[in-house]
Ligand binder design. Structure first.
Ligand SMILES: [Zn+2]
Length: 412
């Protein structure tokens, strides 16, 4: 029998895993639903087939351990999440679990072991869809799980604590899910890029430098409503145009530096009408950068410009910060080992920041982290059923990951 290539196996399994969904015809798999349990079962089966011992922790993470040459050897950790957003793509998260399982299956067939163990973690929750709290799986393992989220409720009004109990997971045992830092050599996450950079550059993989920090605000611009026909332009206090002006400023300011991005993703005129000068506008600001200094400078400039606009237009901005996260750097020594693996495969090395959050962000509290990005098709679209990648790229990424592990030199 001709052995199926790793890339083909990964793509086939991504299709199979996607059958575990809450909503027929599309992929939605949120924390601790039946679909989630089905996917966990399938991942555990594939891990066992690849020669791993499988366990589930109190957060519902699925963890497969491929022993090293000696028992109880410290482990190189890898993995990603198997929960999804609503109407998701098949590769976000899932790729980072399926790919190492496939590589380990090959080592097992070759009878190959390493001086370290490898643990593949299927993180039970990353996206934050069901309980509006993100990174639950990786935070449990990193020992940073915030137990106050256990009282959060899903759309049916059920607390996370109760949902966990019904699914057979003990919220009181979450602390025991935390890994000991001395048992972890590093964490490497393989993930689709979820953007167009590698596609545009014609490269199958890239090395992540850092997971960008982010600042988010919810802003209400308050002016004065008036009749669209009777209030002269010079006497207007138009809240929507004040908001539009700051939106354009954000776009211009964030276009000036590579790696800095600014977005006004929500923009509304509550109770607006065609014949009314807007008295109120509500909008969001999302600013991210690899460098905290660059992001903070941009945020300062935006807040200053809001003061200018408010004074000139005689409006006020009611500004609420909704999120603030510092950039999480990937470890240089791991980036260097990924670089040389990629270069050794005859591919150009491309480093890029991750604008999106990932489990690696939480795992950085436990150990040094690295991420390998894999090219997406369809313009880099993700969190959408049009999310795609090729079997060739899965094959390339699997071969890079395999060589990285085979040559892995722990820093201790
Ligand atoms: Zn993801």
């Amino acid at each position: 029998m001709i052995e199926e290539s790793k890339g083909v196996t990964i793509m086939r399994r991504a299709d199979e895993l996607a059958r575990h969904t809450e909503a027929p015809g599309l992929l939605t798999r949120t924390y601790l639903t039946d679909a989630h349990a089905g996917a966990a079962g399938l991942l555990a089966e594939w891990m066992r087939d690849a020669g791993m011992n499988v366990r589930r922790d109190a957060a519902g993470n699925v963890i497969g351990r491929y022993e090293g040459l000696t028992p109880d050897a410290p482990a190189l950790l890898t993995g990603s999440h198997f929960d999804t957003v609503r109407d998701a793509g098949k590769y976000d998260g899932n790729l980072g679990i399926l790919l190492p399982i496939t590589c380990i299956a090959a080592w097992r067939r070759q009878g190959r072991r390493f001086p370290f163990a490898i643990e593949v973690i299927g993180f039970a929750e990353e996206e934050g869809v069901r309980f509006k709290a993100t990174l639950l799986g990786s935070r449990a393992i990193a020992g940073t799980f915030d137990t106050s989220v256990l009282d959060k409720r899903d759309d049916d009004g059920r607390t996370m604590r109760d949902v966990m109990a019904d699914a057979g997971f003990d919220a009181n045992a979450l602390r025991a899910a935390a890994f000991k830092p001395e048992n972890a050599l590093a964490f490497i996450e393989v993930h689709i890029e979820q953007g167009p950079v590698l596609l545009d550059a014609g490269l199958p993989v890239g090395v992540v430098t850092a997971i960008s920090g982010a600042s988010r605000f919810l802003v209400a611009a308050i002016g004065l409503a008036g009749h669209a026909g009777t209030v002269p332009m010079t006497l207007r206090r138009d809240a929507a145009m004040a908001a539009a002006e700051i939106g354009l400023f954000i776009e211009k300011r964030c276009s000036s530096i590579s790696g800095l991005v600014g977005t006004v993703g929500q923009f509304g005129v509550p109770n607006g009408a065609a014949n009314v000068v807007p008295g109120k506008a509500v909008f969001t600001i999302d600013i991210r950068a690899e460098s905290d200094g660059v992001r903070e400078a941009a945020v300062r400039d935006v807040l200053d410009e809001m003061k200018n606009i408010a004074a000139r237009r005689n409006v006020t901005f009611d500004i609420n910060q909704t999120h603030e996260a510092k950039s999480v750097p990937c470890a240089d020594w791991l980036q260097d080992q990924l670089d040389s693996t990629i270069a050794g495969s005859g591919l150009p090395v491309r480093r890029l920041p991750s604008g999106a959050g990932h489990d690696a962000m939480a795992m950085a509290a436990l150990t040094d982290v690295a991420m390998l990005f894999v090219r997406c098709g369809n313009g880099g679209i993700s969190h959408h059923p049009d999310e795609t990648m090729t079997a060739e790229d899965a094959e390339t990424a699997a071969s890079i990951f395999s060589r990285f592990v085979e040559n892995f030199a722990p820093r201790r």
